[in-house]
Design a protein around this ligand. Structure first.
Ligand SMILES: C[C@@H](NC(=O)[C@@H](C)NC(=O)CCCC[C@H](NC(=O)C[NH3+])C(=O)[O-])C(=O)O
Length: 351
């Protein structure tokens, strides 16, 4: 069936709105039946003035969660661990509640508190305190377990980075190798994602990249260049680096069934609502957005100091959009950047 052409003026308007709300720059890449369309606004580097460039890499934040979920679900497909088994069967003694299962982690229904709420309660001091730190995943889980659980296991959706730190531990324990190696072997190499990497705890972004700028909490305070950091506070929950082309390759390949069995794709895309309006949903390490034109898109959003990211595709994998603005701690920027989804997937609003 014919699909609406992307509204590229609408995409550009959303990117300009991101700048108007405080992003030094923004960009989007749409892949569809009529080929690739890219749009860029502003700068990727405020000092050099170099223009935003869709060939530049950046930190994708929680879009990493979908990479981690794919790796874990491949291990489930291979029978090496079970979705409804207790996490403690594979990581004995890690969690204080045997009822928390692998599936609870992937659906944010474990009840494990998110340590980043406290870690980044004060945005810049919190960031400066950890930007060069290297944490073990056990340390991060320890930070979470020092806080009260947020729900009984399975009872409710409550987003928490802790869940995917544990997913990373499950991947390393089950395979006996590093997370980086598993991303490489199971996703990056097979899809030839040449600008995607997991280099934790290296702080630099290799190759041509976007510099990210963090808004302090104090109105009017100067932006903080947050480009170099270990992202050790996030690891499997947020430390992957990629670029717009690789993200579209990843989401379309995922939706076309190139990474997981049909059975596992069904499990991954079985969602529950996360908002009252019931337009936002979460499956297994995967978000679903139901757009105004009825199109449902699957993928993930990302927020890491200096970078907001959206990476989504249609269920048939025929259309994909990735968008990024190089700032953070500015909710309005994140919201308007999300406007690229409606423009790209729903096209020009009917006259
Ligand atoms: C929400 C998003 N989650 C992620 O991408 C994960 C990796 N990021 C976070 O949990 C945000 C950490 C604080 C960011 C900081 N905020 C503060 O410091 C607030 N005081 C910032 O905005 O840079 C997602 O799933 O879409």
């Amino acid at each position: 069936p014919a699909v609406p052409a992307p509204d590229l003026e609408g995409v550009t308007a959303a990117l300009n709105a991101a700048m108007a709300n405080g992003a030094p720059g923004a960009m989007a890449r749409f892949t569809g039946p009529d080929g690739v369309r890219t749009r860029t606004v502003g700068v990727r580097d405020r000092v050099s003035g170099e223009a935003m460039d869709t060939r530049a890499r950046f930190r994708i934040g929680s879009v990493s969660k979908t990479f981690s979920s794919v790796v874990l679900l491949q291990l489930v497909d291979e029978g090496r661990l079970e979705l409804d088994a207790p996490v403690n069967r594979y990581l004995p003694g890690l969690l204080p509640d045997e009822r928390i299962t692998v599936r609870h982690l992937l659906t944010h229904r474990s009840g494990l508190a998110d340590y980043t709420d406290q870690m980044f309660a004060r945005t810049v001091p919190g960031f400066e305190a950890v930007r060069n730190r290297v944490f073990s995943p056990q340390e991060l889980v320890g930070l979470s377990l020092a806080l009260p659980r947020t729900t009984e296991p399975g009872a409710a959706y409550k987003y928490s980075n802790t869940n995917f730190v544990v997913v990373g531990m499950l991947i390393e324990k089950t395979t006996g190798t590093s997370l980086a190696r598993q991303y490489e072997r199971r996703v990056i190499k097979p899809l030839n994602l040449r600008h995607t990497s997991y280099v934790h705890p290296e702080t630099r972004i290799q190759g041509q990249h976007v510099r990210g700028y963090l808004h302090p909490d104090e109105e009017g305070a100067p932006l903080v260049d947050s480009t170099e950091q270990t992202v050790s506070w996030a690891q499997a929950a947020g430390a992957v680096i990629s670029d717009p082309a690789d993200l579209n390759t990843f989401t379309t390949a995922l939706m076309r069934g190139r990474l997981l069995s049909p059975r596992m794709m069904d499990a991954m895309t079985t969602v529950t609502p996360t908002d009252a309006a019931q337009t936002r949903f979460y499956g297994l390490g995967l978000r679903r957005y139901d757009l105004s034109c009825g199109t449902q898109v699957y993928g993930h959003t990302g927020t890491v100091q200096g970078f907001y990211t959206y990476a989504f595709a249609t269920r048939d994998g025929r259309r994909a959009l990735s968008a990024m603005a190089n700032t953070s701690n500015r909710g309005a920027v994140n919201t308007v950047l999300g406007g690229t989804l409606e423009a790209a997937f729903c096209g020009k609003p009917a006259k």
